[in-house]
Design a protein around this ligand. Sequence first.
Ligand SMILES: [Zn+2]
Length: 222
Amino acid sequence: MSEYQLYKQQVVDTCHSLLERGYLKETEGNISARISGQNTFAITPSNYDYAKMQANDICILDFDMQRVEGEMKPSVESGMHAGVYQTRPDVHCIIHTHQPYASALALIKSPIPALFDEQVARLGRSVDIIPYAPSGTGFLKNAVKAKVKNNNNAFILQNHGVLVFGVTMEQAIHNMALLEKCALTYLLALMTEKKVSKIPLPIREIAFAKLRADEKKFAEIN
Ligand SMILES: [Zn+2]
């Protein structure tokens, strides 16, 4: 059995779970997991139906995009995932989807400010917009690398979708669902055209500092 089997299975199980829950459709989006202690990661193949996907279809790449294991063509967004792993040692799992409510905010280029305590405790100070660049290009990879340095865990890709991180796959899934809930609630609030209130700044800073401390601790031991 491949030394990467557990990572491949984790990625494919996550795909099936998110497909069932409606966050992924057909072949859209991509999911990856960092291989602990290596400059490699497991990522979904390009343009392949999630319903048919099995562990052996998952690709293992190094951070220079060289294939380590797997027969299928890796996701066109592999460079973007590698860029995040290189920039953020605390990130061990990445989920990219085109989930509809957050994608609506991607069209009006509206970042999500600090609306809820649990949002800041998991996603960071705000959910920012990463400026548009075509899928699968170095332009998008560079735009992502520049933005994720702010240490938040959820981002909206302008006219595209979302990018969500976790120290574990469980947390990445939780963060992705939390982002969609925040996006929907924020859209509903915006539609009233009344002023949207935010949580107090000191509370935001305390929650974010705790999140960063936990992530640094995790990055040191993994
Ligand atoms: Zn996409």
